[in-house]
Ligand binder design. Structure first.
Ligand code: F6R
Length: 608
């Protein structure tokens, strides 16, 4: 999704902006641009495509200024192009604006306030620049407030005014932004990695606040332009954590980080045979009150929810429904105070999930978030938060965030059962024991030997047009995640089916041309899945099975196997999904795909 950077201080703003935008490339974008205030007034440069195109365009211009704003755009209103790229300017070139989100009433604003004006782009954002000019009364801050009063929608806005070249003004509603506090310089960005090279001191901006950045510091004001005191937080992510550390792609690096981040997700939360969360405590009465749970999320986080349903239902015996966030709020779900809504989101900013959270709150439900990003909208607006502590995930295809979401769900399942007073203490202790062993066991699927087997399997998949994933129960839930991963980075059409469902229609598509990846890890469904594998084998499909170490049956009815080390079967999904992540990675690599930034996709989806 779009990235924003703003800078005012002692360095050349052009260098800081380009460097910051490069750190945000992982968000996905289709064009970029910067605006600086120099001796000519506002100087705006933009280019479609990669940031390198913008750098090429300005390389001989010797641009220099101590103030500027920059943007990487992911198209919503208007196709990717130079003219739709941000920053956008007012008619007289006095104001420049960069924007993340959507101004929903931009058409009616054009009609009401800007009739007859000439627009140079198809964007909703350009309306904001024109309104600044229209409402300008010689005071930049007051003018911004007047513009905000008429805007509807979601936005993070950063603005400069050629007449007041000693300040940047920023504000947000629903789209994220973070301020960086420097010495003699101030920064703003849509995401922390853009700041890390310059400062570790940051401030989070709340909805409706106005930030005035100058060389001497940052002032936060409310709507009445009264100053608000803000706490400065230290950013704990180090710059190195946002680099590739020698791996060819962020995705592979993040797959390899899993054992280490599993330790972080668990750290301090398992105390003897029970679970404790620093972030909140639930009383037995509270947990007993919840007669139903909804898990609401999108994409990979939704797939994590499908595993979570099975964990919570089994451990805490509370019925759970899992819903896609973009569907949930439009179908009038039956929510009340006896319902807990769990929202899962790596970024904590996914627009559909945020909207679902607000819908749940409207009905008086308590909302629990499972998220990675401290200070994100979802973290701020939920009643209880479980952080997955996965660290920055740069690859668009999520890996370590997914597996740490599962770990958070195991901890939560045990916690709800324990607080509810369920009699399954022994089972809970076994799960916690398994979770503690998980980091070490995971190392065993990240050896050179194992990777060589997977690369070999990927060679067999790279020319396929369609691949099916099958499994039952937990194995089906991770099959869904495996198929999403494969399609998003390798562009091979992949579908996941509950293994028993194939014969009700989809089996008609299975031929020798459609490889099948079967997940046969769950002991309780092993025999049934084996029967379904025989059905696809009878149609000449080549089958790769993910099995438990020591399974000497599978070789007899599949073409190839990849085993995972033996672990408590209930927590095996965390381990069994890792070969699926690696199959996607090596298949995409064998096809020469751009793995970390797949086409048409963005890391953080802040539009509905
Ligand atoms: C796929 C992927 C997406 C996200 C989805 C929700 O690899 O990462 O499907 O899971 O866009 O994002 P978050 O978790 O940030 O709400």
């Amino acid at each position: 999704m779009c990235g924003i950077v703003g800078y005012i201080g002692k360095q050349n703003a052009v260098d800081v902006l380009i460097d910051g935008l490069r750190k945000l490339e992982y968000r996905g974008y289709d064009s970029s641009g910067i605006a600086i205030v120099d001796h000519t007034g506002l100087n705006v440069q933009k280019a479609e495509g990669k940031l390198a195109n913008l750098q090429e365009k300005i390389k001989d211009d010797n641009l220099h200024s101590s103030i500027g704003i920059g943007h990487t755009r992911w198209a919503t209103h208007g196709r990717p192009s130079d003219y739709n790229a941000h920053p956008h300017t007012s008619q007289n070139g006095r104001f420049a604006v960069v924007h993340n989100g959507i101004v929903e009433n931009y058409l009616s604003l054009k009609e009401t306030y800007l009739a007859g004006e000439h627009f140079t782009s198809e964007t909703d954002t350009e309306v904001v620049a024109h309104l600044l000019e229209k409402f300008y009364n010689g005071n930049f801050e007051e003018t911004v407030v007047k513009v905000l009063d008429v805007l509807e929608g979601a936005y993070a806005l950063v603005m400069v005014c050629a007449d007041e070249p000693d300040k940047i003004i920023a504000c947000r509603k629903d789209s994220p932004m973070v301020l960086g506090v420097g010495e003699g310089e101030s920064f703003i960005a849509s995401d922390v990695p853009a700041l890390l090279a310059y400062t570790r001191n940051c401030m989070y901006i709340e909805k409706g606040e106005l930030c005035v950045l100058t060389r001497d510091g940052i002032t936060i004001k409310n709507h009445a332009l009264e100053v608000i005191e803000k706490e400065i937080h230290a950013i704990e992510w180090d710059a190195e954590a946002a680099e590739k550390e020698g791996f060819e792609h962020f995705m592979l690096k993040e797959i390899f980080e899993q054992p280490a981040v599993f330790k972080k997700t668990i750290a301090g939360r398992i105390q003897g045979a029970s679970v404790h969360f620093d972030e909140f405590e639930l009383t037995p009465e509270q947990v007993q009150k919840w007669k139903k749970i909804y898990i609401v999320a999108c994409g990979t986080a939704y797939h994590a929810g499908l595993v979570g349903k099975q964990i919570i239902e089994k451990m805490a015996r509370i019925p759970v429904e899992v819903e896609i966030a973009s569907e949930f709020r439009y179908r009038d779900p039956m929510l009340d105070e006896d319902t807990l809504v769990i929202v899962i989101s790596q970024s904590g900013e996914t627009a559909d999930t945020v909207a679902a959270l607000r819908e749940a709150k409207k009905h008086g439900c308590k909302v629990m978030a499972i998220t990675n990003v401290v200070g994100s909208a979802i973290a701020r607006e939920s009643d209880y938060v479980i952080y997955i502590w996965a660290g920055p995930e740069i690859s668009v295809a999520s890996t370590k965030a997914y597996t740490t979401m599962l770990i958070a769900e195991y901890l939560l399942g045990v916690y709800l059962a324990q607080q509810k007073g369920m009699p399954n203490a022994e089972e809970r202790a076994a799960i916690l024991d398994g979770l503690q062993n998980l980091p070490e066991i995971t190392e065993q699927v990240l050896t050179d030997d194992y990777l060589a087997q997977i690369q070999n399997a990927a060679e067999g998949f790279k020319d396929a047009n369609d691949i099916f994933f099958i499994g039952r129960g937990f194995d089906w839930a991770i099959a869904l995640e495996g198929s999403l991963k494969l399609k998003e980075i390798s562009y091979i059409h992949a579908e996941a089916y509950a293994a028993g469902e194939l014969k009700h229609g989809t089996l008609a598509l299975v031929t020798e041309e459609t490889p099948v990846i079967a997940i046969c890890v769950q002991e309780s469904t092993y025999d049934k899945t084996a029967s379904n594998i025989k059905e696809v084998k009878a149609r000449e499909a080549k089958v790769l099975a993910i099995i438990n170490e020591g399974d000497d049956q599978a070789q007899k009815f599949v073409d190839q196997t990849l085993s995972i080390p033996k672990i408590n079967n209930f927590i095996a999904p965390v381990l069994a999904v890792i070969p699926l992540q690696l199959i996607s990675y090596y298949t995409a690599k064998a096809r020469g795909c751009e793995i970390d930034q797949p086409r048409n996709l963005a890391k953080s989806v802040t539009v509905e």
